[in-house]
Design a protein around this ligand. Structure first.
Ligand SMILES: Nc1ncnc2c1ncn2[C@@H]1O[C@H](COP(=O)(O)OP(=O)(O)O)[C@@H](O)[C@H]1O
Ligand SMILES: [Mg+2]
Length: 263
């Protein structure tokens, strides 16, 4: 491990949501470090706080207590405008339900982060076109999201999340709304883009075959981190290459990790 500054350092995060009279503790003391190039899978039962942690690490929300540093910047010291700018420039998001804008074409959806960041439209659309080609959507550039399959929508969303070259990609159950073939293809694409760009990925998932692609698996329960497993990148890649299918890769990774249970 190098002694370089972590990409992200979250310390003792607490998040309590208040709705009416009720208070829900979603995070109760979570600390996490993301190094440059990490691919982290966040696992745990529904309601354990995965999405909340993603939102805090992605600068979409603020903790009730605790701190998040992106590099050497303490997000808690930034005003809302500065935080929004930092999020737009540095973070990419992929959601379970794609969140594409229905009135825009695929090319325009992908270009959106650049356009919001002030890039001129010719250059933004050119970059969007080349990334669309990279994710296999070259023949869907002028389609609307409603004309795409689920897998195509998620590939467009992944391109949108990466077009502005973020340092961190936050993905919340990105294969959760896809059939297994499209889920596997989406996952393969994410793994390829991770290798090509070295963008750090923090990805919440329920699926063992998704987590098997990560090099760190962080398991959460009741708003806390229960344990963490590290998979060396080399071993993960070898397991994937040797396995006949993603499911086999998951089994191979499970065996190496010492019999993780399947959900
Ligand atoms: N905006 C919100 N308002 C109130 N409670 C919330 C909100 N978001 C999440 N929660 C609650 O916080 C807990 C953690 O939720 P979440 O982070 O979405 O978990 P996960 O993504 O692991 O399913 C759950 O009990 C959930 O109901
Ligand atoms: Mg969630």
């Amino acid at each position: 491990m190098t002694s370089a500054l972590p990409l992200l350092t979250a310390v003792d995060l607490h998040k309590t949501y208040t709705t009416g009279d009720a208070q829900v503790s979603a995070l109760a003391g979570v600390s996490l470090t993301i190094d440059p190039g990490d691919f982290i899978a966040l696992m745990g039962p529904s309601g354990c706080g995965k999405s909340t942690l993603l939102h805090l690490c992605g600068a979409m929300d603020r903790p009730t207590r605790g701190s998040v540093h992106l590099g050497d910047r303490d997000l808690g010291t930034l005003d809302d405008g500065t935080l929004t700018k930092l999020r737009r420039e540095s973070i990419g998001f992929v959601f379970q339900f794609f969140n594409l804008l229905p009135m825009l074409t695929v090319r325009e959806n992908i270009a959106l982060p650049l356009l919001l960041g002030g890039t001129n439209s010719t250059s933004a659309l050119r970059d969007a076109t080349s990334l669309a080609q990279r994710v296999g959507l070259d023949r869907r550039l002028d389609h609307r999201p409603s004309q795409l399959s689920g897998g195509e929508m998620q590939r467009a969303a992944i391109a949108r999340a990466l077009v502005h070259r973020p340092i961190l990609l936050v993905a919340d159950e990105p294969t959760g709304n896809l059939d297994s073939a499209n889920g596997a293809r989406t996952l393969e694409l994410l793994a390829e883009l991770h290798r090509e760009t070295q963008v750090s990925i923090l990805l919440a998932t329920h699926a063992d075959e998704v987590a098997a692609r990560a090099d760190r698996i962080v398991r959460m329960k009741d708003g806390q981190i229960e344990r963490e497993e590290r998979v060396s990148a080399r071993v993960t890649a070898a397991a994937v290459a040797d396995a006949a299918s993603v499911a086999d890769a998951a089994s191979a990774a499970e065996a190496m990790l010492g019999g993780r249970s399947r959900s």
